[in-house]
Design a protein around this ligand. Structure first.
Ligand code: ZN
Length: 124
């Protein structure tokens, strides 16, 4: 057993815990890959990004609000974040790895999270 109680955001910890219960082997703190994915599924090499809905702009999500003050600054910042995310996904794809994104708001319900992981990772 590897030590799994490492640092990480709450959503990341929820995803790791769900993967463990599914019996999926994975690595965290992946270095040397575009974007340093939060989690790397060992079998098949699928990178997983666990994204905060606010910072990474989850489309249609109630958490993806835009602050009213300094609006211009925020809009620019969010555009940069989205562009960076898209670039990372493309770089990984170029290396033959299809990245999976899990959103913060998808991690609160464990059973639902397991279903989401199964379908996006095409497990089971
Ligand atoms: Zn969301």
């Amino acid at each position: 057993m590897r030590a799994v109680r490492q640092s990480g955001t709450e959503p990341e910890i929820a995803v790791r815990s769900a993967l463990e219960s599914m019996g999926v082997a994975f690595t965290t703190n992946v270095k040397g890959m575009p974007g340093s994915p939060d989690i790397w599924i060992d079998d098949g090499g699928a990178p997983i990004f666990v994204h905060g809905c606010f910072w990474h702009r989850h489309a249609g999500c109630t958490k993806a609000t835009t602050p009213k003050t300094n609006r211009e600054y925020w809009v620019k910042k969010f555009e940069q974040n989205k562009a960076r995310d898209a670039r990372k996904v493309q770089e990984l794809r170029d290396l033959g790895h299809a990245a999976v994104t899990i959103w913060q708001c998808e991690t609160s319900d464990r059973q639902r999270l397991i279903e989401i992981l199964s379908s996006r990772l095409k497990i089971g």
